[in-house]
Write a protein that binds this ligand. Structure first.
Ligand SMILES: C[S@@+](CC[C@H](N)C(=O)[O-])C[C@H]1O[C@@H](n2cnc3c(N)ncnc32)[C@H](O)[C@@H]1O
Length: 257
C-alpha cells in the first residue's frame, strides 16, 4: 500500500478523517442500507464504485456478492481498515482501494453497475458519479439535508442537499426509484440509468426506461429482487492505486460529514 496518494500530503480532509479513524476507533463494517437495497435489485454486469467509502461494509457486501469493487477515500487509515477486513474475509482479490481526493478523482464513464456514495456530498461529484453508472445501472446516494444545519449551525451549507436534491439534479436519463428523507436530517436516493435501446434505422438514439417510472417515492417498484450474476474481472488486485492530483477546491466546498 502506498502511504500517501499523490498531492494528498497535508490535505485537510485526509488529516481530519485519518485522525477520526485512528486511536480507539472500531469500525462496524455494517453495510449501508442503501447498498443492501441496491444489491438486491437487478443490476447489469460490472463492478461497484463506493465513493467516500470509509471502512466500508458496503464494499464488503458487494464483494461478498461477487462484484468487483472500487473503493475510494481520501483517508488511507480508512482504506487500511477496509483492506485488513477484506483480507480476513478473503475478499481482497475483489476490492481495489483508491487513495484519492474525490474533487479530482475521475472514474471510467459508464464503468460501474452501481455507484454508491453515502455520508458525503459534493455537487460536482454527482455529475461524475452519474456518468460512471452503466446503462441500466444504479446510483445510490445519502447525505445531509439543510435540515441538519438546525442542529449543526456551524456546518457548511454547501455540504447539505437542498430541497428536492439530489434527484432534481440528475441527468435526464435517470429514473428515480426512491428518494426519501431518513432520520438524522439525511436524504437517500436510489436511481437507475436508462438502458439505450437498439437503434432503429433512420432514428436517433431512443431510451428505454429500466425499473420504475420517474417519481419521488416508489420503493422497489419495477425492480425484481434478484441479483444478476456479475462478470468479475480476472485481475482486480486489492491495493491502493495512485492518488489523484491536488484538489482544486478547499475542504469547505464539499460536504464531508
Ligand atoms: C461520513 S464518512 C462516510 C463513510 C461511508 N461512506 C459511510 O457511509 O459510512 C465520510 C467519508 O468521506 C471521506 N472523505 C472526506 N473528504 C473526502 C475527499 N475530499 N475525497 C475522498 N474522500 C473523502 C472520509 O475519509 C470519510 O471516510
Amino acid at each position: 500500500m502506498r502511504p500517501t496518494g499523490a498531492g494528498l500530503a497535508g490535505h485537510p480532509d485526509r488529516d481530519r478523517w485519518n485522525s477520526r479513524y485512528s486511536g480507539d476507533f472500531s469500525p462496524s463494517f455494517a453495510p449501508h442500507p442503501l447498498a443492501a437495497q441496491a444489491l438486491s435489485l437487478e443490476l447489469p454486469a460490472g463492478p461497484v464504485a463506493d465513493l467516500a467509502c470509509g471502512p466500508s461494509g458496503s464494499a464488503l457486501l458487494a464483494a461478498g456478492a461477487g462484484r468487483a469493487v472500487t473503493a475510494v477515500d481520501v483517508s488511507e487509515v480508512a482504506l487500511a481498515l477496509l483492506s485488513e477486513e477484506a483480507r480476513r474475509r478473503h475478499l481482497d482479490r475483489l476490492i481495489t482501494l483508491v487513495h484519492a481526493d474525490l474533487a479530482a478523482w475521475r472514474p471510467d464513464p459508464e464503468g460501474y453497475a452501481l455507484v454508491l456514495c453515502t455520508g458525503y456530498w459534493d455537487r460536482a461529484l454527482l455529475d461524475v458519479a452519474a456518468a460512471a453508472a452503466r446503462p441500466g445501472g444504479l446510483l445510490g446516494w445519502e447525505a445531509f439535508t439543510t435540515a441538519a444545519l438546525r442542529e449543526r449551525p456551524g456546518m457548511n451549507p454547501g455540504w447539505c442537499l437542498g430541497p428536492g436534491e439530489p434527484a432534481s439534479l440528475l441527468p435526464a436519463d435517470f429514473r428515480v426509484l426512491d428518494q426519501a428523507d431518513v432520520p438524522g436530517a439525511k436524504r437517500r436516493l436510489l436511481a437507475r440509468r436508462a438502458v439505450a435501446a437498439p437503434q432503429a434505422p433512420g432514428h436517433g438514439t431512443r431510451w428505454r426506461a429500466s425499473g420504475a417510472t420517474q417519481r419521488q417515492r416508489c420503493p422497489g417498484a419495477g425492480d425484481r429482487p434478484a441479483i444478476t450474476p456479475a462478470s468479475v474481472p480476472a485481475a482486480w488486485p486489492c491495493g491502493v492505486l495512485a492518488g489523484a492530483p491536488p484538489a482544486r477546491r478547499t475542504a469547505r466546498e464539499a460536504g464531508k460529514h
